[in-house]
Design a binder for this molecule. Structure first.
Ligand code: FAD
Length: 472
């Protein structure tokens, strides 16, 4: 008999959280800690969503989205999780750029960028200061008409090389383009520039394990392999969720599933106002990604000078559209030294190459073409790695690729979106509870609320709103 993953669930909860990405986990934790009866339903057999890892024979363990986040994670994890998680957040100091326009190494903070923009790119100190202050002063309520391209043109007219330096990592980190509102750039860029790039020491498996312990301590009922098919409403209020033939009642729902899936598949457009449906239909999902996971042999060694995060490209000029092309010219290599998992006796060096990608380029390939494309991605990536890890072809003893189809498979995100939706998704996400009382969305959305820190912080904001509703 198949195992019943819902065995023993109660008839009714205060809150049901659908999905265990970082936003879902954080909402569940805060609401559980506040004393509410919380059920967390995850369709996959693991918690974490995109914040995940996988193991392969011979002791290889790969992180999927643990590449870098801003310092703000330390505070969010201390406040909304626990000190033990916050204490493991450590800086990554070796950020490398290598492209036909320039090659440089940086600690990726304001001080280092100011120095580079002056000495290498010949920009006046006053202009740099004004640019940083403008970016840092941006907030959600600002002018949303100004695009990132216009922002760069205002400060660094005609300087494609500076655009590349300022934009490439942010495009990688949240899929934003030069055509997106400048505030989506300014907020995220300034978060990074405050103190540089950080990572979680111990690996995603340890972090999610610690989060699970915390959730259990706070009484959250966690169920994996429990895909929610439907959210039922009654008289304009949330009533219950359906998992297969089971219906579980609740006072509120926090959906960490994709925004569009939540509206159109789980609830159904007939439950919303016409104008809201129009706005929701106009929301564009963000791009997806490809990755190549590579392991060096057990006795191999990489010099720390290789760097931690390598933004590499062979494209002559910087164009955000090129970053999505099937004809890959840009790759971000994350290098995982043995101290990524200090507790692991197998002192391995692993490298993950990531490139933003379009769903349409992979969705309709037949099995044969799909496998061939994946193999081609692996081979060309190992060739590209050779510049930074000499003799890469002989040294890489294991490799595997992930595509937009892989991300869809594991998260059910519309079009395998890595970073939720474009900017217009944020007001739609925020308006959900005004349409159906008790229905909330927390998860990567609107570029700003994406990435590890954005997702956690959105989970915090939404849990406060749920709390206010339930207190009424
Ligand atoms: C290749 C790649 C690299 C990245 N690199 C970085 C990085 O360096 N730094 C950074 O900060 N961010 C990075 N990100 C982005 C970051 O991982 C995500 O923004 C963040 O983890 C998303 O969290 P989330 O809460 O939105 O939910 P997700 O992680 O998207 O999780 C949603 C969860 O909902 C579950 N779910 C969906 N539908 C249902 C259903 N019907 N029933 C039950 N469960 C359901 C899914 O299975 C999943 O577990 C990267 C992402 C990718 C793909």
């Amino acid at each position: 008999m198949p195992r019943d993953f819902l065995k023993g669930v109660k008839q009714k909860y205060d809150v049901i959280v659908i999905g265990s990405g970082l936003a879902g986990l954080t909402s569940a934790n805060i609401l559980g800690r506040a004393g509410y009866d919380v059920l967390l339903l995850e369709q996959h057999y693991k918690l974490g969503g995109m914040a995940t890892w996988f193991k392969r024979p011979k002791g290889h363990i790969f992180d999927v989205s643990l590449h870098g986040f801003p310092y703000g994670m330390m505070k969010s994890c201390r406040r909304y999780w626990c000190q033990e998680i916050a204490d493991r957040i450590v800086p990554l100091r070796g950020v490398l750029f290598d492209n036909p326009q320039f090659t440089l190494k940086t600690t990726y903070d304001r001080e280092s960028f100011t120095e580079l923009l002056q000495s290498k790119f010949g920009v006046e100190a006053a202009t740099i200061r004004e640019f940083f202050d403008t970016a840092r002063g941006m907030n959600f309520y600002d002018d949303q008409q100004l695009t990132t391209k216009e922002l760069f043109e205002r400060f660094f007219p005609g300087r494609n090389d500076i655009t590349r330096l300022l934009m490439e990592p942010i495009t990688y980190a949240n899929g934003s383009t030069l055509e997106d509102p400048a505030i989506t750039y300014g907020i995220v860029f300034s978060n990074f520039m405050s103190k540089g790039v950080y990572t979680f020491q111990g690996g995603t498996d340890l972090m999610i394990g610690l989060m699970k312990d915390e959730l259990e301590k706070n009484g959250v009922d966690i169920r994996i392999k429990s895909p929610v098919d439907k959210i039922s409403t009654e008289n304009g209020r949330v009533k219950s969720v359906h998992v297969g033939d089971r219906e579980i009642e609740c006072r509120s729902v926090v959906s960490n599933a994709n925004l569009l899936t939540t509206i159109f598949k789980m609830v159904g457009e007939e439950q919303f106002d016409k104008d809201f449906v129009e706005d929701a239909k106009a929301v564009r999902v963000n791009n997806s990604s490809t990755q190549v996971y590579m392991a060096l042999g057990p006795d191999d060694h990489l010099d720390r000078d290789t760097g931690d995060l390598l933004f590499t490209s062979t494209a002559e000029n910087f164009e955000t559209d090129l970053l999505l092309s099937r004809d890959v010219t840009s790759r971000t290599f994350s290098v995982y030294y043995p101290d990524t998992r200090p507790h692991d006796k197998r002192q391995r060096h692993l490298i993950v190459s990531s490139t933003n990608a379009r769903w349409e380029d992979w969705a309709d390939l037949d099995d044969e073409a799909y496998e061939a494309s994946k193999q081609d991605l692996i081979e060309t990536t190992i060739d590209a790695l050779d510049k930074y890890v000499p003799n890469a072809r002989e040294r890489v003893i294991f490799s595997e690729a992930a595509t937009p189809r892989t991300f869809y498979h594991y998260t059910r995100h519309h079009h395998g979106a890595s970073f939720g939706t474009k900017f217009e998704g944020l007001p739609v996400s925020q308006a959900l509870p005004t349409q159906i009382s008790g229905l909330f969305h927390a998860g990567s959305v609107g570029i700003i609320m994406s990435g590890w820190l954005g997702a956690i912080n959105y989970g915090v904001i939404v849990s406060n709103e749920v709390d206010q509703l339930l207190m009424k």
